[in-house]
Design a protein around this ligand. Structure first.
Ligand code: ADP
Ligand code: 5GP
Length: 425
């Protein structure tokens, strides 16, 4: 089973102690590397190209932005700095952890691209301490020091977007704090797959997972949003937890996973999962289409809106006294437009006595190879619930597999394992 590496971002004002703590983590934990940024700034003192920074000229940096080379980039104190996205993703995919020492704007961008990234803000407990450190360490003029203090005020204003705060005065205590955070993140259920000791309790249930090693799996997740105006929308009830759990399960089984997610409350897959965030059903269709090449499986767990407003108004429709009528038209059938070359698993949320035959009909109508039937009318199942249960039904003669109640993560591992057993014959 695969454990995800941690992506830890340490940010805070210049002089706060980021570099000191970042290097401490890299020396204290195995399989943990420091990301070397690319910058347009000139080398200082004994700085070495490739180990302190990759020093490039302005045009080269702009070219890299155009080629989507960066996970994030920002202009800091008049120079450009950026993080190599492919390098970070390849480290995480190999189970290694990565530490980034970057500015606050960059940290916020990383969280968007990799929501499971852990953001740590470092700041001395007193403003005067930062001032003394800046004056003490640098050959910078007093004017530059003051500029950095102004920048610090702006950076501190953004610290509410961070996960952790370390007041860095006593260095030993700060090292201890950052180690504690790192250890705790390594134990997060999100990063540990389904732990081996827990598998011992349901041995047969997990048989078949190894089928997915080295395969490419695309999962759709969450609701879609069909805009009425720039503020209101038509959508479905969906937390996104089932899709994220499926991404975790296939990743832990050794697959390369892409998660195409609508605007969901839960859209934070482990770092190695490629996250593609979309809004409407049409955008979801486009994103799936451009990520399906070479895929071995498509799992359609998204709760795609079946209807959209015939027209989206720009701005905000103001409240009036009169009723407002809304014309809804069907959204495009995503699967019909995709013609995937790999097997497809659909999800069906059904109600009432005919649930099983409705799910089968949906599978046939969509041309899917299997359908996971979960019920909307059983408490503690399906949409917006932390738990689920259901039945995996196949189009061919394979016997249906009943997935017993449990957390959505448990159910996701059950689905991945059952598919692995059936597909491996
Ligand atoms: P940053 O990377 O945030 O600019 P550094 O890690 O380079 O900050 O630290 C700035 C200076 O402060 C360095 O000289 C470093 O040795 C020193 N420093 C860092 N943490 C502490 C601390 N807790 N107590 C005293 N000095 C510190
Ligand atoms: P310096 O030039 O003193 O090495 O770094 C200046 C600032 O740039 C620091 O706050 C540092 O954290 C930030 N920085 C370094 N690399 C990156 C990067 O790749 N991206 C972003 N956004 N900031 C960076």
């Amino acid at each position: 089973m695969f454990n995800s590496g941690i992506l830890m971002v340490i940010a805070g004002p210049s002089g706060a102690g980021k570099t000191t703590l970042a290097h401490h983590l890299v020396s204290a934990f195995p399989n943990t590397s420091f990301s070397v940024s690319t910058t347009t700034r000139a080398p200082r003192g004994a700085e070495v190209h490739g180990s302190d920074y990759f020093f490039v000229d302005h045009n080269t940096f702009m070219e890299k932005i155009r080629n989507s080379f960066f996970l994030e980039w920002a202009e800091v104190h008049g120079n450009h700095y950026g993080t190599d996205g492919e390098w970070v993703r390849s480290q995480l995919a190999g189970g290694n952890s990565v530490v980034l020492d970057i500015d606050v704007q960059g940290a916020v961008q990383v969280k968007k691209a990799v929501p499971s990234a852990v953001l740590v803000f470092v700041l001395p407990a007193r403003r005067d301490t930062l001032l003394q450190r800046l004056r003490g360490r640098s050959t910078d003029s007093e004017k530059t020091v003051m500029k950095r203090m102004d920048a610090a005020s702006m950076e501190v204003a953004s610290m509410g977007s961070f996960d952790y705060f370390i007041p860095n005065d006593d260095l030993a205590a700060s090292r201890d704090s950052i180690e504690t955070i790192f250890r705790a993140e390594g134990l997060r259920m999100k990063n540990t797959g389904w732990p081996q000791p827990a598998m011992e309790y349901h041995r047969d249930f997990f048989q078949g997972l190894s089928y997915w090693r080295g395969k490419r799996v695309v999962v759709s997740s969450g609701p879609t949003r069909e805009m009425i105006d720039d503020v209101r929308f038509v959508s479905n009830r969906s937390s996104g937890l089932m899709g994220v759990s499926l991404a975790e399960a296939f990743l832990a089984a050794g697959a390369m996973v892409t998660l195409v997610s609508g605007p969901a409350g839960v859209a934070d897959p482990p770092g190695p999962v490629k996250l593609v965030s979309v809004g409407s059903a049409a955008e979801m269709g486009e994103a799936l289409s451009s990520n399906l090449k070479g895929a071995d499986l498509l799992v359609m767990a998204a709760a795609v809106s079946d209807f959209r407003p015939a027209e989206a108004f720009p701005g905000k429709i103001s409240r009036g006294r009169d009723p407002l009528s809304l014309e809804l038209i069907p959204t495009p059938d995503i699967l019909a437009s995709l013609t995937p070359e790999c097997p497809v698993v659909a999800f069906a949320l059904e109600y009432g006595n005919g649930a099983s035959s409705s799910a089968r009909m949906k599978m046939n109508r969509k041309g899917a190879d299997a359908v996971f039937l979960n019920r909307g009318d059983v408490p503690g199942r399906g949409m917006e619930s932390p738990d689920n249960a259901g039945e995996l039904i196949f189009r061919d003669s394979s016997a249906p597999v009943s997935i017993p109640p449990g957390s959505k993560k448990f159910v996701a591992f059950g689905i991945a394992a059952a598919l692995g057993r059936v597909f491996s014959g």
